[in-house]
Design a protein around this ligand. Structure first.
Ligand code: SAM
Ligand code: SF4
Length: 489
């Protein structure tokens, strides 16, 4: 139950938001009727059209939402195999064979909203609604960096305890906590939508990406799941979160939908229209897209009652269609999925995964605790175990944080990606950060096979990159072996 302070904060904020929206000139880009029509019927199998769309995808031109809808509704199994294969090719040609790793860090589950699917909802009496103290936060950071992580997504509920000033404060605490050679070099944020001035406060603290998930793009479904007197009830406030963040100068923003609360096809369409509208206004779409799937949460009966279940096969289709449609956008796959399925889904075009995750408040030090978790994770392996599997599959794990620290964000990042040049930086930076991991944190078994993989990638750089880049990689690796850290291109 909410405290008096939380109740009055919430009421005041709802009024502020409504006053803001009355003056906001942005036009809703989600046409529910059009999307429902586009996804309504199975597509007629037209091999010529399919070949054209796959060729367009391979040339990295992306697909329009209408073209994506056509492919999404194909029922022919062989065509899907071709779509999956094309998605893998697209991922390889934009990013190469590297996977960026990060850890989620849940800082506060105090929340004034009451989303029916979420364990942290205010009416859930079985959750200990609480936030970390600064000392607890530092201890969590030491536990995370002690495993070798360099990038986190910090997660907050919405409320007076988690306003923009607190988010900026907690970011300062995180960045300043050093743990031997360990440190967090990039903080992404997953938190409630903010006003432009508030986003500026968070930007000043050194943000990587600001993520807000729309949950569902269907307005009628959104209304059913978020109540009528919550801040989160206001669909348009959330829909334009990323636009306001970009207006505030945050160049890397991220969208997502919670798959499994409405028809997955509608959500894919919503994500594509969302990215397109940001591109129209700011010249750059979403930096990343997340496609979390609904998982069970403590005392949350919605999970079992809900009729929009998304199957593993649907997940394959979701990822592949996104990969073809927005080739330059990072795709994030989380530990909501099982290790076995992650193993398979990564191949379809994923560029980032979380690993060694714990989503209980204080969980990295104290272990799992359902009464402090937003939902249950399905992949509870350690970072080292996840890396071990990536290495076996030939992926180079990356803890790279170079882009935003070199100012390669927003449009500039997209230009580099589109010209094929981002791959030229991604692989060398992956090599350098993976070497740090192998020297400082890897288990003996991962060190042995990781060293072998690393030397293969160094050979690859020598054979395929400019002479200068090859020499620089060699020189930086020698300096890292000599004890220097945090070298990047
Ligand atoms: N309170 C902020 C908000 O809602 O924007 C922060 C996000 S919340 C802590 C992170 C995301 O987790 C939500 O946006 C939602 O998509 C997802 N989520 C919520 N309940 C979930 C569940 N039961 N299973 C999987 N993901 C869930
Ligand atoms: Fe709060 Fe976010 Fe959970 Fe909704 S999804 S109850 S806003 S923490």
């Amino acid at each position: 139950m909410l405290t008096q302070k939380q109740l009055s904060w919430k009421q005041e904020r709802i009024e502020q938001v409504n006053r803001y929206l009355e003056k906001d000139k942005r036009v809703d880009f989600i046409d529910d009727a059009l999307i429902e029509k586009l996804i309504a019927a199975p597509s007629i199998l037209d091999r010529v059209k399919i070949a054209e769309l796959l060729a367009k995808s391979k040339s990295l031109k992306g697909l329009s939402p209408e073209e994506a809808a056509y492919l999404m509704n194909i029922e022919d199994k062989q065509t899907w195999e071709e779509i999956f294969k094309t998605a893998m090719e697209v991922k390889l040609s934009v990013y190469g064979n590297r996977i960026v790793l990060f850890a989620p860090l849940y800082i506060s589950d105090e929340c004034v909203n009451d989303c029916v699917y979420c364990g942290y909802r205010s009416s859930n009496k079985e959750i200990k609604h609480q936030g970390l103290t600064d000392d607890e936060l530092r201890a969590e950071i030491r536990a995370i960096t002690g495993a070798g992580q360099k990038r986190i997504v910090a997660v907050y509920g919405e409320g007076p305890e988690n306003d923009a000033d607190y988010i900026a404060h907690s970011m300062n605490v995180i960045y300043s906590e050093k743990n031997g050679r360990g440190e967090i070099r990039r903080i992404n944020i997953n938190a409630a939508p903010l006003f432009v001035e508030e986003y500026k406060t968070v930007k000043a603290a050194g943000i990587g990406t600001y993520q807000v998930f729309q949950e569902t793009y269907s307005k009628s479904r959104y209304r059913q799941l978020h109540g009528t007197d919550n801040i989160k009830s206001i669909f348009n406030w959330r829909l334009f979160s990323q636009h306001r963040a970009q207006e505030a100068g945050i160049s890397d923003v991220a969208i997502g939908a919670l798959f499994g609360i409405y028809d997955w096809r509608f959500e894919v369409m919503g994500l594509l229209y969302h990215a397109a509208d940001m591109d129209r206004e700011f010249g750059v779409g979403s930096h990343t897209i997340s496609f979390p799937r609904l998982n069970p949460a403590l005392n949350t009966p919605f999970y079992t009652k809900n009729k929009y279940k998304v199957t593993d096969d649907d997940m394959r289709k979701i990822i592949a269609i996104l990969r073809l449609s927005v080739p330059y956008t990072g795709l994030i796959l989380t530990a909501r999925e099982t290790p076995e399925l992650r193993h398979e889904l990564i191949k379809l075009g994923v560029s980032q995964i979380d690993a060694g995750s714990n989503i209980a408040i204080g969980g990295y030090q104290k272990g799992r605790d359902a009464s402090k978790e937003q939902f249950q994770l399905s992949d509870n392996r350690s970072l080292d175990d996840c890396i071990s599997e990536l290495v076996d599959e030939g992926y180079i794990p990356s803890f790279c944080t170079a882009d935003y620290r070199c100012g390669r964000v927003g449009c500039e990042f997209m230009e580099l990606a589109k010209s094929g040049n981002i791959k030229n930086l991604c692989i060398p930076n992956a090599v350098l950060t993976f070497e740090e991991y192998l020297l400082d944190y890897a288990s003996p078994a991962v060190k042995v096979k990781g060293d072998k993989l690393l030397s293969d990638y160094v050979k690859f750089v020598r054979a395929n990159y400019s002479e200068t880049m090859a020499k620089n990689v060699d020189a930086y690796l020698a300096r890292i072996k000599n004890g220097e850290r945090d070298l990047y291109f």
